[in-house]
Write a protein that binds this ligand. Structure first.
Ligand code: HEM
Length: 443
């Protein structure tokens, strides 16, 4: 079989510098110049980029593909959690956390999520009246933090504790993002400035979470939170240890906070860019709101908004890379792939491949009306196969509630003073925030 093509890059670092400085351009260029399967050297590691849905199906749906070596990057924050576990251990952990994502359980969180959403948009009132612009990215991050802490710990946490969790987690994520942007992250035991920050931030957040676990062992919270689910869990007939619970909580924090915040940010960005689409979403939401007795959109059926949300994360998938490792020798796209190869899939690239999408650069929610015609895994913002994202239900609940509250009150426009530039960190965020002008609708 032929050798897998790919850019040579630097003799020592391979393509590491380009991957660090302009990753999206590098990935698009690889697809364009070398085809559907590309070999990339990143310092001491070689990875295979796989772009074609026909090969992606094999990677996702064949269980011989497991966690890649890159998941070790998350070790400092999510070590021991399901998001970096593999094989039998992963399966046990996935079963352990799954009940917390049950739709009925999530629906119990809706009133509190709605309260958080109303608080955020009401805080905008004074700013809006003073003619100030609003950084919607900062607001969505704040909202997602409130939602995830409520999902994880229930309603029993006092405000002081919530602030402490939010602060410690933001510090941890900042150091983690920095670590991921380093050309060659040194092992955590090397006392670089960032490693020391990351270790101390991870210790701080772990301490706070262990305190919460201890508190809730004494005084159980029965609001159906993730923590209460794990406290009731009897894994192989023995209670989970505090450390095991801590690890799962850290994993969910990492996977389910920034991702959803950023998905809402890009959805609002496109709604602001396309006023007609915004009007149509508002109409659908207002009509549906009138019919719901809960006073919020929760899990309401909103087909047009679903399409808009899907299209927003087609063009801006919060997680722009999904990784796997082949445990056996395999063949992808006509190339031989040796065992233990790290594979990278990029929704960012496959979602804009003109073989699978008409006019891929155009924002067109209507393309999601006919999903049956689409090739499997031409679209995978939530990954795929057995390790597919577990948080899709919570994402829907969270996004519908706040976007409903925003559009009910305001018309949103992008600020001409703040150009939007993508920053490729753990998630695909906007570099300088997302600044918007709001106009009151007075409904
Ligand atoms: C728009 C929001 C989100 C996006 C785009 C997203 C995306 C992803 C992706 C791409 C994966 C990797 C799947 C794979 O390897 O095949 C993943 C996994 C995961 N996500 Fe999400 N996610 C989102 C929201 C959430 C939320 C809200 C939670 C939980 C509160 C969550 C929890 C997880 C977990 C636990 C995994 C690991 C699953 C496993 O390994 O079995 N995600 N997500």
């Amino acid at each position: 079989m032929n050798t897998v093509p790919g850019p040579h890059g630097d003799r020592l670092l391979g393509n590491l510098r380009a991957f660090r400085n302009r990753p999206l351009q590098l990935l698009l260029q690889c697809r364009c110049e070398y085809g559907d399967v590309v070999k990339l050297r990143l310092g001491p590691f070689s990875v295979y980029l796989v772009f074609n849905p026909q090969d992606i199906v094999r990677v996702f749906d064949d269980k011989s593909f497991g966690r890649s070596d890159f998941s070790a990057l998350f070790e400092p924050l999510a070590g021991g959690s399901m998001i970096i576990a593999d094989g039998e251990q992963w399966l046990r952990q996935r079963h352990r956390v799954a009940p917390a994502f049950n739709k009925n359980r999530l629906a119990m969180l809706a009133p509190q999520i709605h309260k958080n959403a109303v608080e955020i948009v009401e805080q905008w009132e004074t700013e809006q009246q003073a003619g100030h612009l609003i950084d919607v990215q900062e607001a969505m991050v704040g909202y997602a933090m409130k939602v995830i802490t409520h999902f994880l710990f229930g309603s029993g946490l006092d405000n002081k504790m919530l602030v402490a969790v939010a602060k410690a987690w933001s510090m941890s994520l900042k150091s983690m993002n920095y670590r991921m942007s380093e050309a060659l992250p040194l092992p955590l035991w090397v006392p670089t400035r960032n490693n020391r920050h990351l270790r101390s931030a991870a210790n701080e957040i772990s301490k706070i979470i262990l305190d919460i676990i201890a508190q809730q062992r004494k005084t159980p919270d029965d609001s159906g939170s993730f923590l209460s689910t794990l406290l009731h869990n009897r894994d192989q007939d023995s209670e989970l240890k505090d450390q095991e619970i801590l690890h799962e909580i850290m994993g969910i924090f990492l996977a389910g906070f920034d991702t959803v915040a950023i998905a809402m940010v890009w959805t609002l960005y496109y709604l602001a860019r396309y006023p007609d689409i915004q009007t149509q979403v508002r109409q659908e939401m207002l009509t549906t709101l009138k019919e719901t007795k809960e006073g919020h959109l929760g899990f309401a059926n909103l087909p047009y908004f679903d399409n808009v949300f899907s299209e927003a994360i087609r063009l801006r998938p919060p997680l722009w890379l999904v990784d796997r490792k082949s445990s056996t020798e395999t063949e992808l796209g006509g190339y031989h792939i040796p065992p233990n190869s790290n594979i990278i899939l990029s929704p960012y690239v496959t979602h804009r491949d003109s073989r699978f999408w008409d006019n891929p650069a155009v924002f067109n929610p209507a393309r999601f009306e006919h999903t049956e015609e689409r090739e499997k895994y031409a679209y995978f913002p939530f990954g795929g196969g057995h390790m597919r994202c577990i948080g899709i239900g919570l994402t829907k609940l969270e996004a519908q509630i706040i976007i409903g509250e925003i559009l009910k009150r305001y018309r949103i426009e992008l600020s001409a003073l703040h150009p939007v530039e993508i920053d490729c960190l753990f998630v695909l965020r906007s570099k300088e925030g997302l600044w918007m002008r709001l106009t009151h609708l007075n409904y």
